[in-house]
Write a protein that binds this ligand. Structure first.
Ligand SMILES: [Zn+2]
Ligand SMILES: [Zn+2]
Length: 203
């Protein structure tokens, strides 16, 4: 009997207002049950002054219905001893834990599913970065090759211009030296002529 009662759903003997096991349970016309004090206090509240209604299903009652003690519920609640009540509370707590556990596991699964596309996106980013790097390497290699080629061309050009200029200057110098040498010869000849003419006593 104790085991059977422990399997009772704690919700069916709990008050919707105070959430505890019902004390002096009363059932109102809609069929919902509350502690006598809880529903009385609720109906005495400001909002309920004119029109009484069930806090759970909102069904209204006019005029205020007489509150009748639910003998069946009272009997059930009174029969429950502390140990059985504790067992019921533990079982309810266990149920809540299981629900939370399932929700947590589901959420974990959902997050794992969300990680997949992120991994794919990361792979795509890596791939495109690799391609961009490869492309830029190609461009720079080509630029370096062109610059090296141009450098060598400019070097060759300067060398050629240098040689041309040097040979132009050397030609000029050679010509001048040749002319100087010829002039020297002429000078010598003239001097000789002058000297022999003088000795022969032309003057
Ligand atoms: Zn209550
Ligand atoms: Zn109700």
């Amino acid at each position: 009997m104790a085991q059977r009662r422990s399997q009772l759903d704690l919700d069916s003997i709990s008050c919707w207002i105070c959430l505890d096991v019902m004390k002096d349970p009363v059932t109102i016309p809609c069929g919902h049950s509350y502690c006598m004090d809880c529903i009385t206090n609720y109906w005495d509240g400001e909002e309920q002054k004119k029109k009484k209604s069930c806090p759970q299903c909102r069904k209204a009652f006019t005029p205020r219905s007489a509150l009748v003690k639910n003998t069946m519920l009272s009997f059930l609640v009174e029969q429950l001893n502390r140990t059985e009540l504790l067992t019921l509370k533990r079982s309810r707590a266990q149920k809540e834990i299981n629900v939370s556990l399932q929700k947590t596991q589901q959420r974990m699964q959902d997050r794992k599913e969300e990680v997949k596309p992120l991994q794919e996106e990361e792979d795509a980013i890596n791939c495109s970065a690799d391609k961009a790097l490869e492309e830029s390497e190609k461009i720079f290699t080509e630029l370096i090759r062109l610059l090296e080629k141009r450098r060598s061309e400019v070097k060759q050009q300067i060398k050629t211009e240098h040689e041309t200029e040097i040979s132009r200057v050397r030609d000029l110098r050679r010509n001048l030296e040749k002319e100087i040498s010829e002039l020297k010869n002429t000078e010598t000849e003239l001097k000789e002529i002058s000297s022999s003419t003088f000795h022969r006593g032309f003057f």
